[in-house]
Design a protein around this ligand. Structure first.
Ligand code: GLY
Length: 312
């Protein structure tokens, strides 16, 4: 007897700018496609990969085609994916020139004995498997933050929120008909970043985690703060010890803000299909559907309980 509810959750980032209607409409389309794949009996892993692939290809988010450039003007992308059944995972960091870093992450998982491959080696792997390239040469692009006339980048006058820019990391989690969980995320990073900078997204246990016996997590936000708190694994362990997704997210996000003034949003899906979407930022583009009622997509979800935001 099935005692869980197959579900899909998706996000297009958390930050200081309100998501556009176009972004939300696109998220809803991909959410529905994701649930159709659940219904068709696809694995959670494939569903997560396909949903993220579509977001990367859209150019509407800070991932794949829409990736922010680093300070030398080059787009370098990070992605990871994890299978909650076998606890296998794959990731790439600082990948240049390829449209779908999430495909490269899955190949690291399935075709190598490793978890994370970076830079030129990730590029070689993508080339070896003939992954789709970005449709234009990866020529230097002016960093968006500069072209918008922001203050000098080497000062601390940027607020955390401003660092997050207009576009968001993307991610997804899914629970399939077999009761398997998977999680993934993909990003172009943050608005102001040193060349070679790597955020939470490709770090298993920070930006992403999935374990059938506990839950699946996909994070978005300021990667440095998410890494310092080891958020995805922490959330998973709280759920293993009996916390609901909502209570776990509320606890961990409050700690993130109060201890290190971090900023993040999360998709948290439990092994029975209970879930939460929470964020400490003003906005988060995200959605969920378990086949009942209508798919829900929005730009604001619950703040952590008794959360009092600190001024950035
Ligand atoms: N959360 C995405 C990043 O910090 O790179």
């Amino acid at each position: 007897m099935v005692t869980y509810t197959p579900s899909v959750l998706i996000h297009g980032g958390a930050g200081s700018s309100r998501p556009t209607r176009t972004q939300l409409i696109f998220l809803e389309k991909i959410l529905c496609r994701g649930y159709a794949l659940v219904h068709a009996g696809q694995s959670a892993l494939t569903i997560v990969e396909e949903m993220i692939e579509a977001l990367e290809g859209s150019g509407l988010f800070n991932a794949g085609l829409g990736s922010l450039p680093q300070l030398d003007g080059v787009q370098r992308m990070d992605a990871s994916i994890m299978d909650g059944k076998a606890l296998t995972a794959g990731a790439v960091a600082n990948l240049e020139g390829y449209l779908h870093p999430i495909n490269a992450a899955r190949l690291v998982m399935t075709e190598t004995d490793h978890v994370l491959i970076i830079g030129d080696s990730a590029k070689r792997l993508a080339r070896h498997f003939a992954l789709k390239r970005l449709p234009r040469p990866n020529k230097p692009v002016r960093p968006r933050s500069r072209s918008r006339g922001n203050p000098p980048i080497n000062t601390r006058t940027f607020s955390l929120y401003k660092k997050m820019g207009k576009y968001g990391t993307v991610g997804a989690v899914a629970l399939d008909l077999q009761g398997n969980l998977a999680a993934g995320a993909s990003t172009g990073g943050v608005s102001v970043m040193f060349p070679g900078r790597v955020g939470d997204t490709p770090l298993i246990g920070s930006g992403v985690y999935a374990d059938n016996s506990a839950g699946a997590i996909s994070m978005t936000g300021i990667g440095e703060s998410i890494i310092r708190m080891g958020m995805a694994k922490w959330l998973t362990e709280l759920m293993r010890s009996g916390f609901s997704p909502s209570r776990a997210a509320s606890h961990v996000l409050k700690e993130l803000v109060h201890r290190i003034h971090g900023a993040a949003g999360c998709l948290v899906l439990g092994s029975k299909g209970t879930f939460t979407i929470q964020h400490t930022t003003p906005w988060m583009a995200a959605g969920h559907w378990n086949g009942k009622g209508q798919p829900i997509v929005g730009d604001r979800f619950s703040a952590p309980r008794s959360f009092s935001p600190r001024k950035a």
